[in-house]
Design a protein around this ligand. Structure first.
Ligand SMILES: Nc1ccn([C@@H]2O[C@H](COP(=O)(O)OP(=O)(O)OP(=O)(O)O)[C@@H](O)[C@H]2O)c(=O)n1
Ligand SMILES: C[C@](O)(CO)[C@H](O)COP(=O)(O)O
Length: 384
């Protein structure tokens, strides 16, 4: 699939009247961040998607910026259809071959659904995620009316994927009643729309109780990952000693290409390990002069940002420093506070321990300091 040939449009211009609340639901907090941030991240990180645009309502600019920063946006309309139309008009200039149209109100979007939809576009004009109907369906107005046969019925979700020209023409030529989704517009215009397997994680948030249910689904879908990091630096005269982001008075300091903070390096490697993103040297090569003397805090924060971009949450860091001197105890609290501050965690999520090697080996002879760390994160099960 050619990168850039597929665009994504998130419709987020609704008012969320049925959920109530002080903010429209798409900007309300859910699983640790504004609801829209979940699906935006999923679409942005998918390798086939080259552009993501958000349709928002009047007065929603600040809320979007607070949620996602300076992302591409377009003014939506009074109905969902008009918001989609505005987004398609904005995308038309770059003529994407395909477009995914997604409700901001369906936050937990996995890459497998996107893959299924895009594959279906090889043979169809459109594709939608669908789930079977499990309950009896009936008409009724206070008292039970006729049962509606549920054979062959599906619950249709978003994202809905289309060949761009097909859905753009369907929107431009639309004349019927207000449609509830885009796939029925493509179909009415003569397009073929494939049903692909949907996902319970994609349930739409419509009513107040949906927030708690979504939180529970999200928590149940997270998997724990742990990884270790290890690093050693040489102790030399004439260098500052940085450990755990804290400057420690000592007769020697650690030497290295950066500030040689062996503790932050071990934690950075542990964090990178949780997402199988190589090691610190992969991201900050020692051969690159721009990292000479660099503050290792930025390495740590880079690793944390990569985890956050995948929707991961750092749960706990356990660090062990291995040295004869200096004594770590007096600086333990400062290191915990500093590491917690850099990672935006509570100090209780950081453990700093130290040990000697009974004067054995390089650490015992005071030639260097070693650090090992283990990081534990939670991340959605389908994140690779
Ligand atoms: N004029 C509109 C109306 C809806 N939407 C978007 O379409 C999606 C599905 O709509 P719905 O769940 O009905 O959201 P709201 O219209 O906000 O909800 P309500 O009807 O309760 O106000 C949401 O992401 C919503 O922001 C939109 O972009 N423009
Ligand atoms: C587009 C949609 O999410 C597909 O199921 C749904 O139709 C939106 O309906 P709403 O009335 O705008 O909530």
């Amino acid at each position: 699939m050619t990168q850039g040939a597929t665009a994504a449009l998130i419709v987020a211009a609704g008012q969320g009247v049925r959920t109530g609340g002080t903010l429209p639901k798409q900007f309300a907090p859910l699983a640790g961040k504004p609801m829209i941030a979940h699906s935006f991240a999923a679409l942005e990180r998918h390798p086939a998607i080259g552009r993501v645009i958000v349709a928002i309502g009047d007065g929603q600019d600040d809320a979007l910026t607070a949620a996602l920063g300076d992302v591409e946006r377009v003014r939506g309309g009074a109905t969902r259809r008009l918001s989609v139309r505005a987004g398609l008009e904005a995308l038309a200039g770059t003529s994407p071959a395909r477009v995914l149209i997604h409700d901001a109100a369906r936050p937990f979007l996995g890459s497998a659904v996107i893959d299924r939809l895009l594959s279906a576009l090889d043979t169809h004009d459109g594709a939608v995620p669908a789930l079977p109907v499990a309950d009896t369906l009936a008409r009724g107005d206070g008292t039970l009316g006729d049962v509606v046969p549920r054979d062959g019925l599906h619950r249709i979700q978003t994202p809905q994927a289309f060949r761009f020209d097909v859905i753009f023409d369907a929107h431009r030529g639309w004349q019927g009643d207000e449609p509830t989704d885009d796939a029925q517009m493509a179909r009415k215009a003569g397009g073929s729309v494939q049903l692909v397997e949907g996902d319970m994680m994609l349930e739409k948030i419509t009513w107040p109780a949906d927030f708690a249910a979504a939180e529970a689904r999200h928590a149940a879908g997270m998997r724990v990952r742990s990884a270790t990091g290890f690093d050693v630096h040489r102790l030399v005269e004439g260098e500052e000693l940085w450990l755990g982001g804290v400057l420690i008075p000592h007769d020697k300091g650690l030497s290295g290409h950066s500030d040689a903070d062996v503790a932050l390096h071990a934690i950075t490697d542990a964090l990178l390990g949780t997402i199988a993103e190589g090691d610190i040297g992969t991201h900050f090569p020692p051969s690159d002069p721009q990292w000479r003397g660099a503050d290792s805090a930025q390495f740590l924060q880079h690793a944390a940002a990569l985890i956050a971009a995948r929707g991961g949450i750092i749960d706990f860091i356990d660090l062990t420093l291995i040295c004869e001197a200096p004594k770590v105890g007096p600086y333990r609290a400062a290191m915990r506070d500093r590491i917690a501050g850099l990672l935006r965690l509570a100090p209780g999520q950081i453990s700093v321990k130290a040990t000697t090697t009974e004067r054995l080996g390089f650490a015992g002879r005071g030639e260097g300091i070693a650090a090992q760390a283990i990081a534990t994160i939670r991340i959605a099960g389908d994140i690779t």
